[in-house]
Design a protein around this ligand. Structure first.
Ligand SMILES: C[S@@+](CC[C@H](N)C(=O)[O-])C[C@H]1O[C@@H](n2cnc3c(N)ncnc32)[C@H](O)[C@@H]1O
Length: 304
């Protein structure tokens, strides 16, 4: 059986947490447990709370009494941590996106390499799947999704093509979808184009940007001063939001001055320049290619 997921920027991200051996840490994207395993190896006492909304991640659970696993969306991080008795933590790691396991499962619908249902849900019990988005969204909303979440150049044409086709027949499989959009796909860059289209749909299906925003906002309240926020992202939308948030304490990047005109930034940015995988890592794991790692440390200041 192929590996569930090869961890990306593993040493760099866990070093970035600057672990205290008895601290409390959170890995909000457990996946195959690659990052969690290294955190546990480096802790002595301490605790690790791990989140994953994908039921398949449960098959990778590490048998360790210091690990608490929460099978839910990380946007609810604050509520679940409180439920487990934690008001504050010493570090939070997020390795965003979809696991290789999901990309490689034809029936999960994430990849245009296979046929299967247009699903794309990370949480298999979620109500919204890609069939719903493709068949039920208004054409203008569909267009906006392709433009904003996929940076698809011909987004308007693509959305209109889909709207026309679905009025004849519901689009439910990947092969059907690919046939419908065939004439929108530019020559020579087919793979890149399809990756953008599939990324856009996936982000919408899983409400990824909303979840990331809610999670980042919560991290502000949850981290002890000196605690680290470590985020690995895989596309520019995510990376921009993370960068803005770490610099200003707000996802829109606009930090606020107090009455005296001072900025009290809630984070000190540790990675002045974003960290990316080296050639050796990319050769070993091509999926690491788009990874971007950012690290920030919580200051003593309150919310911006
Ligand atoms: C890139 S993988 C993480 C891989 C992991 N670091 C490892 O080394 O095995 C991202 C994981 O986060 C999960 N995930 C993504 N968004 C989530 C969310 N909003 N809430 C909970 N889990 C999420 C996905 O299901 C996936 O398993």
């Amino acid at each position: 059986m192929s590996e569930y997921h090869i961890p990306v920027l593993l040493e760099e991200s866990i070093d970035g947490l600057s672990l205290r051996p008895n601290g409390t840490y959170v890995d909000v994207t457990y996946g195959g447990g690659g990052h969690s395993r290294l955190i546990l190896e480096r802790l002595e006492g301490g605790k690790l709370v791990a989140f994953d909304q994908d039921q398949d991640a449960l098959q990778n659970l590490i048998d360790d009494e210091r690990l608490i696993f929460v099978a839910h969306n990380f946007k609810y991080i604050k509520n679940f941590l409180r439920y487990h008795g934690f008001d504050k933590v010493d570090g939070i790691l997020a390795d965003l996106g979809v696991s290789s396991h999901d990309f490689d499962q034809p029936d999960r619908g994430f990849s245009f390499r296979f046929d299967g249902d247009l699903d794309m849900r990370m949480n298999q019990s979620a109500e919204k799947d890609a069939v719903k988005v493709v068949n039920e969204y208004e054409v203008s909303v569909l267009g906006r999704i392709f433009r904003e979440f996929g940076e698809v150049q011909n987004w308007r044409n693509l959305a209109q093509t889909i709207e026309q086709a679905r009025s004849n027949q519901k689009i439910v499989t990947i092969s059907q979808f690919l046939k419908v959009i065939e004439r929108c796909v530019p020559a020579r860059v087919e793979k890149k184009y399809l990756a953008q289209v599939f990324q856009a749909l996936r982000i919408e299906v899983n409400n990824e940007m909303d979840a990331l925003e809610a999670f980042l906002e919560s991290s502000l309240d949850l981290l002890n001063p000196g605690g680290r926020l470590v985020v690995i992202s895989y596309h520019s939308l995510e990376d921009r939001m993370v960068k803005n948030f770490m610099r200003s304490g707000r996802v829109d990047g606009k930090s606020e001055q107090d009455f005296f005109g001072h900025y009290h930034l809630p984070f000190e940015v540790i990675t002045r320049k974003v960290l990316v995988p080296g050639e050796e890592e990319i050769a070993r794991n091509p999926r690491a290619r788009s990874a971007r790692l950012r690290i920030a440390e919580r200051t003593e200041h309150g919310r911006a």
